[in-house]
Design a binder for this molecule. Structure first.
Ligand code: HMG
Length: 391
């Protein structure tokens, strides 16, 4: 009798979207009389994306998902999982708007997931379970966020906006995700956003130590679940609220494991996040997209993916990059999107920030975005979205 090969399930494709505008941190530094090196070196960020008045998590999520549908069609997609910290409605899932904008078939289940920045990884885990039970199905996972803190706070330079869409499938083209996972939960008040606020509250120092503890705790759990040895993981990608955070956490892990640390090993995975800023649920996956696009030596290698969501939940998973991944990546696409962003002055950004809170009052939004979908406004209390001429 021939031995059956275990089924491969994982990431078949990944596409990224971001906001229409960009704020250079050099400009913020000048306004706030801060040494720009604090941003570029101290926190490891260069700029952040800002959504236009007619963009939000739905328009960015739909733009990323459209690229997946354009390449693969909707066949087999019976589930859409939308993860976000910055949901636009307390009841209706953001993914239902995306379902309509993309014209997906009606025989699809759609739901929204929340646990701060961790939600995207929870969605991937749920998707893997669905595909393992029904390998002919594919799951569209969308992670999209607008990271908003109050202006004139220490957290202001760590804002951002972006989305990642992934197709989770059997026999994936990009990455086989492995079954062992390291998980870690601790009830910590490091970052939270009460229902009456559009900006997050954060205890910055506590959030940094909570992230580090979750990473080390998830590592130990992964080891206990039969996960790989440190040296058997060729590259790591982390959730990147600011890229220096990943360096701090990784340094701690290498001390814990007793191996040398070279921070340049993480640099390629920082390339896009240094420009988008924090994208909460999408951050880890935008880091992964950068690694796949920019590293030519990943075929057959194991990578580690660490997700952290304040509050707090951490999870460390691993995957083996497919030998033929270079034929399926979207090299150049994210650089194109980042380069196309329209710069804002600090006063322009602050004006958009002040108007950025979700509202149930009727309003029409100006036509600004160059993306394929736009938030048209609120009519009779309900949000309306539409395709743009670019769609
Ligand atoms: P701060 O008060 O500006 O920090 O807040 P600082 O004064 O400690 O400076 C930061 C670093 O810059 C320090 O380096 C300074 O030495 C350095 P470190 O000691 O940390 O290595 N520095 C300089 N370097 C070079 N040249 C200079 C210079 N000056 C100073 N001239 C903080 C920083 C990150 C706390 C703040 O931005 C913040 O609160 N951000 C938001 C919270 C956050 O991102 N936390 C991360 C972990 S929590 C998480 O990841 C979850 C999250 O994504 C949300 C979710 O789950 O949904 C946030």
């Amino acid at each position: 009798m021939t031995q059956q090969q275990p089924m491969r399930v994982g990431i078949h494709d990944i596409a990224i979207a971001t906001g229409h505008h960009v704020l250079e941190l050099d400009d913020l530094a000048e306004t706030l009389s801060v040494d720009p090196a604090k941003y570029h070196v101290g926190i490891g960020q260069d700029a952040f994306s800002v959504p236009a008045a007619d963009e939000d998590i739905v328009t960015m999520g739909a733009a990323a998902a459209q690229e997946i549908i354009d390449r693969h069609g909707a066949e087999g997609i019976r589930t859409v999982l939308f993860a976000t910290e910055s949901g636009v409605d307390q009841s209706k899932a953001a993914g239902v708007f995306v379902h309509g904008l993309l014209g997906l078939p009606q025989n699809v289940r759609v739901v929204e997931l929340k646990q701060a920045c961790y939600g995207g990884t929870a969605a991937v885990q749920l998707a893997l379970g669905i595909v393992a039970r029904a390998p002919h199905e594919r799951v569209l996972v969308i992670a999209a966020d607008v990271a908003r803190y109050d202006v004139d706070t220490a957290a202001e330079p760590t804002q951002g906006a972006g989305a990642a869409a992934m197709l989770i499938a059997a026999d994936p083209d990009l990455i086989d995700l492995e079954p062992a996972a390291g998980v870690f939960t601790a009830d910590v008040d490091d970052f939270w956003r009460p229902n009456d606020r559009s900006t997050a509250l954060v205890d910055g120092r506590l959030s940094v130590s909570a992230y580090v503890n979750a990473f080390v705790g998830a590592w130990d759990d992964l080891a206990g679940q039969g996960g790989p040895a440190y040296d058997d993981i060729a590259r790591f990608v982390h959730h990147q609220p600011f890229t220096k955070m990943a360096i701090k956490a990784h340094r701690k892990l290498t001390q814990h494991v007793g191996v040398p640390f070279d921070e340049s090993d993480l640099a390629l995975g920082f390339t896009y996040n240094r420009q988008t800023g924090n994208t909460y649920t999408a951050s880890l996956w935008i880091g992964l997209a950068a690694l796949l696009d920019l590293d030519d030596d990943l075929g057959g290698e194991r990578i580690g993916l660490f997700s952290y969501g304040s509050g707090s939940v951490g999870e460390l998973i691993t995957g083996i990059v497919r030998p033929e991944y270079q034929d399926h990546r979207r090299q150049g696409r994210v650089r194109e999107l980042l380069a196309a962003r329209v710069p804002l002055t600090v006063p322009e950004y602050r004006e958009l920030h002040a108007a950025g809170a979700a509202t149930s009052e009727d309003v029409e939004r100006p036509r600004v975005t160059a993306g394929p979908f736009r938030f048209a406004g609120v009519r009779s209390g309900a949000r309306h979205y539409e395709r743009t001429a670019q769609a």
